[in-house]
Design a protein around this ligand. Structure first.
Ligand SMILES: Cc1cc2nc3c(=O)[nH]c(=O)nc-3n(C[C@H](O)[C@H](O)[C@H](O)COP(=O)(O)OP(=O)(O)OC[C@H]3O[C@@H](n4cnc5c(N)ncnc54)[C@H](O)[C@@H]3O)c2cc1C
Length: 438
């Protein structure tokens, strides 16, 4: 059974796949996006903490995140079409990166912010205490777990201060954001097919020419884009490109937690995003005086590689206890919620070897990847769509991106986006934090 021919088939309707679709369709590409789930954003996007921040370890990582924020700041205009479900909202609450000592992630980030002109304020300890009187500013790190003795030791000294980004924040509904992108793309003529699983990548004469679905139908296309999130390595294996890529991706299990805010203040009103490397956590306000707590993947925490289709189970009591105790050190007025009260989400990161995404072509002509988003690329959906569309158009027009990697210019900020940072055959980028910080 052969279907009509498309310019592009996009595999995956998460926030990155719908963003790629949106960008290609508005450039006049005839696209079909297929997803085995029931609707857009039902994969790992649905579990995203959707934190918008600019604290990456590489210059292009920071530039992309800063560029990416501008899409959220003007979201309805970017979507360019009505959505009957409303629009995702960007809550610009700011973010404080706590500074425990001279060594830390802030040391990589601050020079890049200075170089690129990313706005931030330096808060010394007194300013931090004034801005957030609910915090205990003791030093508890390096991060540990409750079964380690040092977890229970009293604080060792005081925090130095914080770097505060006033333009950071979070998006209130990540799944809706993907739906918005779908509606925007459909207004440009894009088609979507759900409950449709890609089971084969079709190649002819060394070029990718389409996909086959589980129902046996075949879809022909000029290019195919793998945006399958935690299933990305499976799709790369189907295409026969897995072994030829230097950087690999794998699905890892990840939990985030929702804890009640402080009894004496509304954290949604007074709070902001916090990166607390000293405790191995990040947290942000969640509507209704709740707090969303995630981990920054400190070395003491487990990293569990999982089957992208396997059962993830429920939140673990151990993860809940560890991370509610961690945030309770920083905000003692919270109290530690009991295990039977545990709330949160469990899902998968599509983690690359160095926690930096791969936005690239592959060794199979016509087959592209936007993968390895490593728990940190929701914020970059808009700019990832832009970068992929630029890359695909350049390569299809004969540009040798492997020999001469593209340097793009962010349309909102004018900053250079060096695509060499995201190539599939880079050596592991040692500048990376090797964690969700990217
Ligand atoms: C718990 C958690 C917290 C996060 N927090 C943040 C954050 O605070 N800030 C941030 O910037 N990023 C964050 N991220 C990362 C961000 O959410 C992801 O990078 C992003 O959502 C990935 O989108 P995607 O479209 O690549 O993948 P997905 O949303 O997973 O979409 C992939 C889609 O591909 C489909 N698919 C897979 N295989 C097939 C197939 N064979 N055929 C058809 N369809 C297929 C799936 O059904 C799925 O819908 C977080 C991620 C998680 C899991």
């Amino acid at each position: 059974m052969t279907n009509s021919r498309y310019d592009a088939v996009i595999i995956g309707a998460g926030v990155i796949g719908t963003a790629v679709t949106h960008e290609l369709s508005r450039r006049g590409w005839r696209t079909l996006t297929v997803d085995k789930g029931p609707a857009a954003g039902f994969g790992s996007t649905s579990a995203s903490s959707a934190v918008i921040r600019f604290s990456y370890s590489t210059t292009t990582g920071v530039a992309a995140a800063w560029e990416g924020m501008h899409y959220w700041a003007d979201w309805e205009h970017h979507i360019g079409a009505p959505d009957e479900s409303g629009y995702a909202k960007f809550i610009r609450c700011g973010m404080a990166m706590l500074i425990a000592e001279e060594l830390g992630h802030h040391n990589r980030v601050r020079p890049i912010w200075d170089e690129l002109g990313i706005p931030y304020e330096y808060w010394d300890r007194e300013a931090l205490a004034e801005r957030m009187p609910l915090f205990d500013l003791g030093r508890f790190g390096p991060p540990a777990r409750p079964d380690q003795d040092n977890f229970w030791e009293p604080s060792r000294g005081e925090m130095v201060g914080a770097l505060f980004s006033p333009d950071a924040g979070y998006v209130d509904d990540p799944q809706l954001a993907a739906h918005n992108l779908q509606r925007g793309a459909e207004a440009n003529g894009a088609e979507f097919r759900f409950r449709s699983e890609v089971v084969k990548i079709i190649t002819e004469s060394g070029r990718c020419t389409g996909v086959e679905l589980a129902d046996g139908s075949r879809i022909d296309a000029k290019v195919v884009v793998n945006v399958a999130g935690p299933h990305s390595s499976n799709i790369n294996r189907l295409a026969g490109v897995y072994d030829s890529m230097n950087i690999k991706t794998e699905a890892i299990r990840h939990e985030t937690y929702h804890v009640p805010g402080p009894p004496d203040a509304d954290f949604t009103e007074i709070g902001f995003n916090v990166a607390d490397d000293d405790n191995g956590i990040y947290f942000r306000p969640q509507p209704g005086n709740n707090i969303l707590v995630g981990t920054t993947d400190p070395p003491c925490d487990p990293r569990e590689v999982v089957d992208p289709d396997g059962d993830l189970g429920e939140l673990t009591n151990e993860g809940w206890e560890t991370n509610t105790l961690r945030i309770n050190k920083r905000m003692p007025s919270l109290g530690v919620p009991l295990p039977h009260e545990k709330r949160g989400v469990v899902d998968r990161y599509d983690r690359s070897d160095d926690w930096i995404p791969i936005y690239d072509r592959t060794d199979l002509d016509g087959f592209y990847v936007a993968i390895g988003t490593s728990g940190n690329q929701f914020k970059n959906a808009g700019v990832a769509g832009f970068m992929m569309a630029e890359l695909i158009e350049a390569v299809e027009n004969g540009h040798d991106h492997d020999a001469d990697p593209l340097v793009l210019t962010g349309p909102h900020t004018g900053l250079p986006l060096e695509m060499v940072t995201f190539r599939r055959n880079r050596e592991i980028d040692r500048r990376s934090s090797m964690s969700v910080h990217g």
